[in-house]
Design a protein around this ligand. Structure first.
Ligand SMILES: Nc1ncnc2c1ncn2[C@@H]1O[C@H](COP(=O)(O)OP(=O)(O)OP(=O)(O)O)[C@@H](O)[C@H]1O
Length: 274
């Protein structure tokens, strides 16, 4: 029988020290998840599986509880919480998760390189600068490694935040609308970059954009209602990043928009502009 663990208590840091041990990919199973604030359930009895080494995208209307679900999995929720989170390797999830928030949360007085190594510095560890520089190169910021956040564009800040997330080297990455503040072209570039650099990790990504989910998600769920329930996973075909002009992807988009509450008239309009 699979071992389960109680829902973790809120942690003081989103990325507590990494737990040593084997690095074999593992599935994550949430069963009977529940979070309530002031006695009101945001969701209850929620089941979700995150298969190893895959990108799962989570869509849903504003305020439905997407960030709450992400924070719950990261052990960061400050409401009432219940349910079981089990990993298929029988080890706890806590300590194996990197969390990337909606805003880049870079420290303004530190350079890109200093921000990337921040986790190690906060844990009083010696930062691996060679690895940091390799990751900074991977996200295309080598020439900007010495710059402070105020000197960076929005896309560059998100690249730096992505490098910092990867620097933590966790097998699981939880991302809350990581590209939402970017213009469409930069957003597409960051999606491609993320899909490439996150390969092999188990990712849960919250987004408001059905096409973003269909572009880089192996699986797409919609969270909706009060208390919120999860739709069955949509499994778009084809390799990532997908071509969003593909008619099959556009059909999936229409289905997701329908699940998000679009009316028939709105769907016809969306199809007309596709
Ligand atoms: N710490 C908290 N205390 C009380 N209520 C909270 C807390 N955090 C979230 N909520 C409430 O829980 C609900 C879900 O919020 P959440 O941020 O998870 O929604 P969301 O789907 O991520 O929204 P958005 O798409 O706008 O970011 C909202 O009604 C919000 O006000």
């Amino acid at each position: 029988m699979r071992k389960t663990e109680p829902v973790p208590k809120p942690a003081t840091s989103p990325n507590p020290p990494v737990m040593p041990g084997n690095t074999t990919p593992f599935d994550i199973h949430l069963r009977g998840g529940r979070v309530a604030f002031n006695g009101d359930d945001i969701f209850h009895d929620l089941d979700l599986t995150l298969p190893a080494s895959s990108i799962t995208c989570l869509l849903g209307p504003s305020g439905v509880g997407k960030s709450t679900l992400l924070r719950y999995l990261a052990g960061l929720v400050d409401g009432e919480a219940g349910g079981d989170i089990a990993c298929s390797d029988g080890r706890p999830l806590l300590g194996r998760v990197a969390y990337m928030a909606q805003q880049d949360l870079l420290l303004p007085w530190r350079s890109v390189r200093e921000n990337v190594v921040l986790g190690a510095v906060l844990r009083n560890e010696r930062p691996d600068l060679a690895r940091a520089d390799a990751l900074i190169a991977k996200v295309g910021l080598s020439d900007a490694a010495h710059l402070r956040p105020a000197e960076l564009s929005g896309g560059m800040k998100q690249r730096a935040a992505l490098a910092r997330t990867l620097m933590e080297d966790r097998p699981v990455v939880l991302m809350d609308e990581p590209f939402s503040a970017l213009d469409p072209l930069n957003r597409m570039r960051l999606q491609d970059l993320a899909a490439r650099v996150l390969r092999g990790k188990t990712v849960l990504l919250v987004t408001h954009d059905p096409l973003e989910a269909l572009r880089i998600g192996d699986r797409v769920h919609v969270l909706r209602g009060t208390p919120a329930v999860l739709s069955d996973a949509m499994l778009p075909a084809g390799s990532i990043p997908r071509d969003v002009t593909d008619p099959e992807i556009l059909r999936h988009q229409a289905e997701l928009l329908r699940q998000l509450g679009a009316t028939a008239e709105e769907l016809n309009r969306a199809e007309g502009t596709a």
